[in-house]
Design a protein around this ligand. Structure first.
Ligand code: NAD
Length: 446
């Protein structure tokens, strides 16, 4: 199959490289000339484990090419994917579909012969209809079928997720697309990945409902964590105890500083807006957004409380800035609101992240960047672990304690055991595990 991927960001580049790896002939297009120049030179503009090798192998074999010139690529393709961004629209929180619609018009002008146009971007219910309308209006002679194929990969394990998906969802209204999409995903389909065909609108809603449900699950355990702190219960054991019920499942039950990232915040908000537009308020999702928003600054207050009520003039070391480990993505990372609230209270911030510091510079002002975890701890009155990178899981806590001028260690991901932190001479504060409590049953059993 000849495939064009419009948009070469986290989703477009990973999908394009994986499709090439399946044996398809893939052209990745992007408007961003620097990005394409870098890719042509073999440089990967984002951090995603395994991506560099995958791109290099497939570029070398000639199955994966990069261009800013959309028209010839589209004209030569059987399938054109739209994988451009759908951020929150400034002002009202609806999904900004301008990039999707611009890509649709560009496709319409360039397309030749029967072509399946696939919206892979996360876009609200009805977007497929609008993409089809734009294409038909721009080029009434175009022989296209418009399909929705939402992407479920997670940054940090994107290649594995793409190659071993829990399911592949394809929303279509015209049966001509069914065989084409089956061919596109044949290697996965043969590997038993369930290929689920639905209507286009249903596929669009599956993506949003899935993300909203996961965001609710995280937010639920975060509220339970707060209750644990007040009542002397231990959230990790509560999560384990409820997670062993198969109807609930143990995943996405790690209490923490609140969800962030490039998807959950914008997708939950867009779903709420869609609900309002269709006169169907989604109150659980609305509340989830509100609770999660408040939580991020509340984490700043938690740090301040752990330091005795004031951080003015104090230096706070931060471990981890990205919204989760194994990505350089800083979009809507909880670290941003936490750091800002500490800066507002007069603290000086000294931060380290293995991959996210370059991206962080566009989101944060006045941060002193460190060269590693020990350097971030150096001279700090308190150290706050925000993102659970592997590099932070086995810190030499005695060295850390020696480097610090204060002795407060705040673990917003419950990575450590209280005993080991306290043995190193640090005061330990974590999430949903009351002060002075013993290790969790899970940890004690290790
Ligand atoms: N990042 C994730 O983990 C993830 C997971 C699942 C779904 N999604 C969805 O996938 C979509 C893309 O997300 P992303 O994180 O890859 O975004 P991104 O911002 O990393 O990449 C989008 C790219 O599209 C390019 N672009 C925009 N308009 C273009 C046009 N007309 N022609 C060519 N290129 C164009 C941009 O320059 C950019 O490089 C979003 O809708 C997102 O919600 C993302």
């Amino acid at each position: 199959m000849r495939i064009t991927m419009i948009g070469s960001g986290y989703v477009g580049l990973v999908s394009g490289a994986c499709f090439a790896d399946f044996g398809h002939d893939v052209t990745c297009v992007d408007l961003n000339e620097q990005k394409i120049a870098a890719l042509k030179a073999g440089k990967i503009p984002i951090f995603e484990p395994g991506l560099e090798g995958l791109v290099a192998d497939n570029a070398r074999s000639g199955r994966l090419t990069f261009t800013t010139d959309l028209a010839p690529a589209v004209a030569n393709s059987d399938v054109v994917f739209i994988a451009v961004g759908t951020p929150s629209r400034r002002g009202d929180g609806h999904a900004d579909l301008s990039y999707v619609y611009a890509a649709a018009a560009d496709i319409a002008r360039a397309v030749k012969g029967f072509t399946v146009v696939v919206t892979k971007s996360t876009a609200p219910v009805g977007t497929g209809d609008e993409v089809e309308r734009i294409i038909r209006e721009t080029n009434p002679a175009a022989d296209v079928v418009v399909v929705t194929n939402p992407e479920f990969l997670r940054e940090g394990s994107a290649i594995e997720d793409f190659k071993r998906p829990d399911r592949i969802v394809v929303g279509l209204e015209d049966e001509r697309a069914r065989d084409v999409m089956t061919d596109v995903y044949r290697p996965l389909y043969l590997n038993q990945a369930p290929l689920m065909f639905t209507g286009r609108r249903t596929a669009e809603l599956i993506k949003y409902a899935g993300n909203a449900f996961l965001a609710m699950k995280i937010t639920f355990i975060n509220e339970i964590a707060d209750l644990c702190e007040r009542t002397g219960a231990n959230v990790q054991d509560v999560a384990r105890g409820i997670g062993m019920d198969n109807r609930i499942g143990g995943k996405f039950l790690n209490a923490g500083p609140g969800y962030g990232g490039s998807c959950f915040p914008k997708d939950t908000l867009a779903l709420v807006k869609t609900g309002q537009d269709f006169d169907t308020p989604l109150r659980l999702v609305e509340t989830t957004i509100e609770v999660n928003d408040r939580r991020k600054r509340a984490m700043g207050r938690k740090v301040i409380a752990a330091m005795g009520g004031s951080v003015r003039g104090k230096t706070i070391g931060i471990l981890g800035l990205t919204f989760k480990p194994n990505t350089d993505d800083m979009r809507d990372a909880p670290s941003i609101a936490i750091i800002q609230s500490l800066q507002d209270a007069g603290a000086k911030i000294r931060a380290y992240d293995p991959e996210g510091m370059e991206a962080a510079k566009t989101f944060l002002n006045g941060v002193d960047y460190a060269s590693d975890a020990h350097d971030a701890a150096s001279g700090a009155d308190a150290l706050v672990l925000i993102t659970e990178w592997n590099a932070f899981r086995s810190l030499d806590l005695r060295r850390i304690a020696e480097a610090m001028v204060g002795n407060v260690f705040i673990d917003l991901r419950n990575v450590y055991r209280r005993k080991e932190v306290e043995t190193a001479g640090l005061n330990y504060v974590s999430i949903g595990r009351p002060q002075g409590a013993t290790d969790t049953a899970a940890q004690a059993a290790e």
